[in-house]
Ligand binder design. Structure first.
Ligand code: NAD
Ligand code: MG
Length: 394
């Protein structure tokens, strides 16, 4: 059994994953794909990869996909809704599952893959932000391997010694999480108030989905990654330092007590961490251009500006408060980013909405997944009300 299942197959990470797998079709046969409602792209992926199963979260999209597959005489079976996503995540012929749905929507199928004993390639950082402790407990119970796809966490994974010991036992003093700084790194705060969705989605180094592009512009992406690193590597927040590195060549670093600092470098192309995770502990060709250091020329590093980018501070606050706080942060952020992308609120309103919701919903201890999903829903309602209030005032 060597099959690959991809959740979020039509997205940026999903398509990059299928690009890498398609370079090694005998090694990674694609057995199951899932997406939200982009029928055209899913149909194209079915033509190219011939999966046994394709699921659409949206029921109308699933019906349309089924009809189009039949017209072309393709044999792929179709499933719909949450059960369809779960069928992809637990497909009996899949040995590994790429979790690349965006947002908390990706949590249930990613957990299902873990419970089914699949090796998990985790791009969906929001799953860990919402339910980090429960998620890692399930990983421990199932005894599965989780390979980080986020380029920073993949870099840290590569710079850490193997094995499950604590960072302390491994002699690690700090994790240095690099951040490009996003498209507005040098912009004055007055200009940030008038930023458009198009400007926010035009990332200088990476070509990504719209939600993570806005997160990169607010630095919330780095905040979510601090929380992700906390759970993946058992790193206390004080051990995680964010370093702005505009070239995005050093993907993160691990500092040891003896003074050594190990870094992982490469061109900013997500196919590198994807190929690393797919083949781990072996290495395969990813289709990525070799790094040319003379071309890069120089590497710069600077401290993040928490005044202009308050989202990073809010995320540190959430991870320190613990309990339900990161789930509240994440849900409010998802609503605020969608409202910004729909031109309902301004760029600087994003942290205002998140902070308002965090104030209204103090951290509580986490008891169950059901509780977290209820907190997620409540935070979304409150964020939506704040968006509405900002709209009415404008
Ligand atoms: P994207 O918007 O390009 O793709 C998202 C995918 O999720 C699509 O296939 C979409 O159909 C699917 N999806 C969305 N909502 C869904 C729902 N309710 N049910 C089922 N499927 C749904 O996003 P992306 O840039 O590929 O990012 C995916 C994840 O990977 C995010 O969590 C992001 O933070 C993370 N990530 C992305 C990058 C990158 O370079 N793009 C890098 C690091 C981490
Ligand atoms: Mg990242």
């Amino acid at each position: 059994m060597s099959g690959l299942a991809v959740l979020g197959a039509t997205g940026s990470i999903g398509r990059s994953t299928l690009d890498v797998a398609g370079r090694h079709p005998d090694r990674y046969p694609v057995v199951a794909l899932a997406a939200h409602r982009d029928v055209e792209t899913m149909l194209d992926l079915c033509r190219r990869h011939g999966p046994r199963l394709a699921a659409m979260a949206d029921a109308d999209a699933a019906r349309e996909l089924e009809r189009r597959l039949a017209v072309e005489g393709l044999k792929t079976e179709v499933a719909a809704g949450p059960a369809g996503l779960e069928a992809v995540a637990t497909h009996p012929e899949a040995a590994q599952v790429m979790a690349a749905i965006v947002g908390a929507a990706g949590l249930p199928p990613a957990l299902a893959a873990v419970r089914a004993g699949k090796r998990l390639l985790l791009a969906n950082k929001e799953a860990l932000v919402v339910a980090g402790r429960l998620f890692m407990e399930e990983v421990g119970r199932a005894g599965v391997t989780v390979l980080p796809i986020d380029s920073e966490h993949n870099a840290i994974y590569q710079c850490l010694p193997p094995g499950s010991g604590s960072l302390e036992a491994k002699g690690v003093s700090r994790i240095l999480l690099t951040a490009s700084g996003g498209p507005f790194r040098t912009w004055p705060v007055e200009r940030l108030a008038r930023v458009t969705p198009e400007e926010a989605c035009a990332h200088p180094n990476w070509n990504m989905g719209r939600k993570i592009s806005v997160d990169s512009a607010t630095l919330m992406n780095k905040g979510l990654e601090v929380i992700e690193a906390h759970w993946l590597f058992g790193a206390e927040p004080d051990r995680i330092h964010v370093v702005v590195h505009p070239q995005s060549i050093v993907h993160s670093l691990v500092q040891y007590v003896d003074g050594s600092v190990l870094a992982q470098m490469g061109n900013p192309d997500m196919r590198t961490p994807i190929a690393h995770a797919l083949a781990w502990p072996e290495r395969i060709d990813a289709g990525v251009a070799p790094l040319d250091l003379f071309d890069v020329g120089r590497l710069d590093f600077e401290a993040p500006d928490l005044k202009r980018f308050p989202c990073l501070g809010l995320a540190f606050r959430a991870v320190r408060e613990g309990g339900t706080a990161p789930a509240v942060l994440n849900a409010a952020n998802e609503v605020a980013v969608a409202a910004f992308l729909n031109r309902r609120i301004g760029f600087l309103d994003i942290p205002r909405v998140i902070e308002g919701v965090m104030e209204a919903m103090p951290a509580a201890p986490v008891a169950s997944l059901e509780q977290l999903l209820a907190v997620d829903a409540e935070a979304r309602r409150r964020a939506e009300a704040q968006v509405k209030a900002l709209e009415d005032r404008a």
